[in-house]
Design a protein around this ligand. Structure first.
Ligand SMILES: [Zn+2]
Length: 326
């Protein structure tokens, strides 16, 4: 369901509404900084329906502008929409997947059952999956906590029964699955190919914290020279962040306060958001007041998409529309 969102600098109200201009005033006063998400249950995993799959739901009320959680990436690989078939990128993505699998097999296979099936892993028993959905799926959270899942045994079975594990998938099959997985679930790190010089030390530290894909840096060096710096980026997949579903923005801006995606995101610290700890950590912010139990959504903002969208915005329009996602 998730497609590769592009990072949009949409979370800017906190930087302007406080009347603070970083360029003119230098170091911001402490009271102008956005506060970090609370160390309390923030989200829980639920099943939207068997066709859409999992989604993230608010575990408590959130106020507009409040950050809900921050999370470190599970894996990181090169990504390029234009050159999505490129062997270097696919190798990077596949290597990242293999490394993450070695470290987080249960989490990967629970959160992404289609990817698991394509790599020959049958759906986990409900008890195992439930434990993951209740606890370890939140293991990369930096701020905020994971609450108990609402997925019932019946719901789980209705969802995973559609995935049949491949028998002895080839390496080529696995590479293809990794590519499509990145295409659907990864978040591009903006400027990842262009800021290596100024952030190389940060990148080294951060890459070490990502399970396994030490190949990313090396692959990046090869990939960027082969593909050109303007079109290749690094993209990250998150255990929880990547489960947030897409929602179209309403066509009328007048109802944007109450309809459409209720969340936005940013990757890495910037502006008045200093609490995000790493350049690849994602922070999820409430775009409006969110009530406990509400599904979190955001606009993937994709160009290259292609599924019949059934988000709330489209359903409100009665006819839905082909939003070119996927
Ligand atoms: Zn839609």
């Amino acid at each position: 369901m998730a497609d590769t969102p592009e990072i949009t600098p949409e979370i800017t109200p906190a930087e302007s509404s406080e009347g603070f201009d970083a360029l003119k005033q230098g170091k911001p006063p402490a009271e102008a900084l956005s506060p970090a998400p609370l160390d309390e249950p923030a989200v829980r995993v639920g099943l939207v329906n068997p066709a859409i799959g999992y989604g993230l739901f608010a575990a408590r009320d959130f106020s507009k502008g409040e950050f809900i959680f921050t999370e470190a990436p599970l894996m990181s690989g090169l990504f390029n929409e234009t050159y999505a078939e490129d062997g270097t990128l696919i190798h990077s993505q596949h290597q990242s997947y293999r490394a993450a699998l070695a470290d987080s097999r249960f989490e990967l296979n629970t959160a992404f059952p289609l990817l698991a099936a394509r790599n020959g892993f049958p759906p986990l028993p409900f008890d195992t999956a439930q434990q993951v959905l209740n606890t370890t799926l939140g293991k990369n959270l930096v701020h905020g906590r994971l609450d108990t899942t609402t997925v019932s045994p019946g719901e789980y079975e209705s969802y995973v029964t559609r995935f049949t594990a491949a028998v002895n998938p080839s390496d080529e099959d696995s590479r293809r699955a990794a590519r499509e997985f990145f295409r659907h679930y990864a978040f591009q790190v903006q400027g990842g190919s262009n800021n290596n010089a100024k952030s190389s030390s940060n990148s080294s530290v951060e890459l070490a914290a990502i399970p396994g894909p030490s190949s990313v840096a090396a692959a990046a060096a090869v990939g960027l020279s082969a593909l050109g710096q303007h079109s290749t980026n690094e993209a990250c997949i998150y255990l929880l962040g990547s489960l947030i579903n897409h929602c179209c923005r309403p066509s009328s801006s007048s109802n944007i306060a109450t309809e459409g995606p209720n969340c936005g995101w940013r990757i890495g610290p910037s502006g008045l958001v200093k609490f995000i700890q790493g350049p690849r950590h994602i922070g999820v912010e409430a775009r409006r007041d969110i009530a406990a139990g509400e599904q979190l959504t955001w606009d993937y903002n994709k160009r290259d998409k292609g599924f019949i969208c059934v988000c709330e915005t489209c359903r409100r329009s009665w006819v839905g529309h082909y939003c070119k996602v996927l």
